[in-house]
Design a protein around this ligand. Sequence first.
Ligand code: HEM
Length: 200
Amino acid sequence: MHPLALARVRAEIEGAQANRVLSTPIQYEETRLQLPFMAACIKEGLRILPPAPQILARIVPEGGKVIDGYFVPGGVDVTSHAYIVQRDGAFYGEDATDFKPERWMVSEKRTFELEAAQLSFGTGARGCMGKDVAMMELYKLLPEVCFCHSSSLPTRLVQGSDLKDDPQLRYRSRAARKVYSYWRGCLQRRSSRYTESQSG
Ligand code: HEM
């Protein structure tokens, strides 16, 4: 949990919400264009904690191959580890292991370089086929969760504003309660399974 980043994300969503540039539910393009810090957090999260850290192995063809100056015999499995590659200080700098979304907002050129180096979805002809779908889901779901997952946010937003009767806010509060109670249910079930396994 990064409280400062979360606060900035919420402020960004709050601003966009007040300007009425977000739909319900939030659309992919809206996050991309209206919530640049949220988008940077998503990319930085995928960089620092790639959900599939190791890309699928490739088999070295018969006769072997020289890879980065090393001869690797044919038939050997070769893979890369996104978790390690994406923490390379030579490329990301001294703060390579820090969660720092701002690195994605330096310049268009740097963002392009970072995108090109991102290995979270693998690379080449056998790279993830669902990358675009996954990114769309993350861009749509995570802003909603960040926005909703704070009982105080809608209250603050509503106070003294004309948004009290805004149907979008009512929808978001309801959605937040549903998501929250679902998570709580999962955690409770997991914790009672654990207790049972320990006692039995
Ligand atoms: C955040 C979500 C996801 C992550 C981090 C992820 C990551 C990956 C990685 C690392 C690979 C191996 C790529 C390689 O070896 O170069 C892969 C393969 C694949 N992914 Fe994903 N994936 C995600 C979501 C999805 C989704 C939503 C779908 C389908 C809609 C999907 C479909 C596939 C398929 C079909 C392959 C095999 C591609 C091939 O071997 O040709 N992925 N994914």
